[in-house]
Design a protein around this ligand. Structure first.
Ligand code: NAP
Length: 269
């Protein structure tokens, strides 16, 4: 069993990264930056998003585990003072494979332009916005025109991202065992001329949606923390990806407990 480490880069996260390295060496666990089995992030949920994109090409082979150096996260659920326990769990797992890897859905995004096709994946969400202008786009569901969207943009979230940007947009929190994507509006214009549904839509695995921006629009596209400008996008297809993201669970931490602790009541973790 080989691991690699990714730090948020602040002083505390870097210090804990070094400590983790020492503890792992004592337990005889090997570090491998290129082909790890387990990717350990030290920082916050944002650090795990970076790790997800760094190891996207090995998503089927790696499992992630996150240590938080700030507040409790959705991806980063180990505390800074639990490094010893985490390393001993990893060492035990290397011996007897006692831990479970849970696999959760991510969003697949296919961007079509004159130049060809690009495929992206997002752990939290994909967004499309007008670049300094309103977004004007058709939203199709399963190849049928659903609505004409005018507003700031559209967000398509994976279940694990439903607690992030999606939640700020009034979307529902979706348990990550539900293989689905959630489409939410970002500040849509609704009046006697323009009309959109105004609610988030949750699509199951076998459904897809296409966003067709008005030709020639300048767009801002995001996948998780990564942002890009684009001008020549003809269509954007979103669906539940075939690949999944794996999190290694050395101990149970139910999703709804996380939601409660993050948003309702923090018991000091
Ligand atoms: P950031 O702007 O530094 O931080 C965004 C915040 O979202 C951080 O507090 C981060 O937690 C938290 N977060 C990330 N993933 C989460 C999840 N699945 N559930 C709950 N909270 C989560 O940017 P970043 O750290 O690079 O993260 C990029 C993410 O920011 C995007 O994927 C998007 O979801 C989110 N975002 C939210 C809004 C909004 O709510 N209005 C707007 C833009 C982007 P940590 O502090 O633990 O890292």
């Amino acid at each position: 069993m080989k691991y690699c480490l990714l730090s948020r880069g602040d002083e505390l996260s870097d210090r804990l990264t070094e400590k983790f390295r020492e503890l792992a060496a004592l337990r005889g666990i090997t570090e491998d930056e290129e082909e790890p089995d387990i990717v350990v992030t030290i920082g916050g949920d944002g650090t795990l998003l970076q790790a997800f994109h760094k190891f996207l090409h090995r998503l089927e082979e790696v499992s992630f585990v996150g240590v938080h150096t700030g507040h409790l996260g959705f991806f980063a659920d180990w505390k800074a003072n639990e490094l010893d326990l985490l390393v001993s769990n990893m060492a035990e797992h290397a011996e007897n494979r006692h831990a479970l890897t849970v696999r959760y859905p991510v969003v697949e995004i296919v961007l079509k332009s004159r130049g060809g096709e690009t495929v992206w994946h997002a752990l939290n969400e994909f967004t499309v916005k007008g670049n300094n202008t309103m977004l004007v786009a058709e939203l199709h569901i399963n190849d049928e025109l659903f609505e004409m969207f005018r507003g700031d943009g559209i967000c398509v979230a994976a279940p694990m991202g439903s607690t992030a940007y999606n939640k700020s947009l009034g979307g529902a929190i979706i348990h990550p065992n539900l293989e689905s994507i959630q489409v939410s509006e970002i500040a849509s214009i609704n009046n006697r001329v323009y009309r959109t549904l105004g609610s988030s839509l949750v699509l199951p695995r076998h459904h897809h949606c296409d966003i067709i921006p008005r030709a020639g629009q300048k767009l801002l596209l995001s996948r998780d923390h990564l942002l890009e400008e684009a001008e020549d996008i003809e269509s954007i297809a979103c669906r539940v990806a075939d690949k999944k993201v794996g999190f290694i669970r050395y101990r149970p931490f139910p999703f709804w407990t996380r939601v409660r602790e993050a948003f309702i009541q923090n018991d000091g973790s």
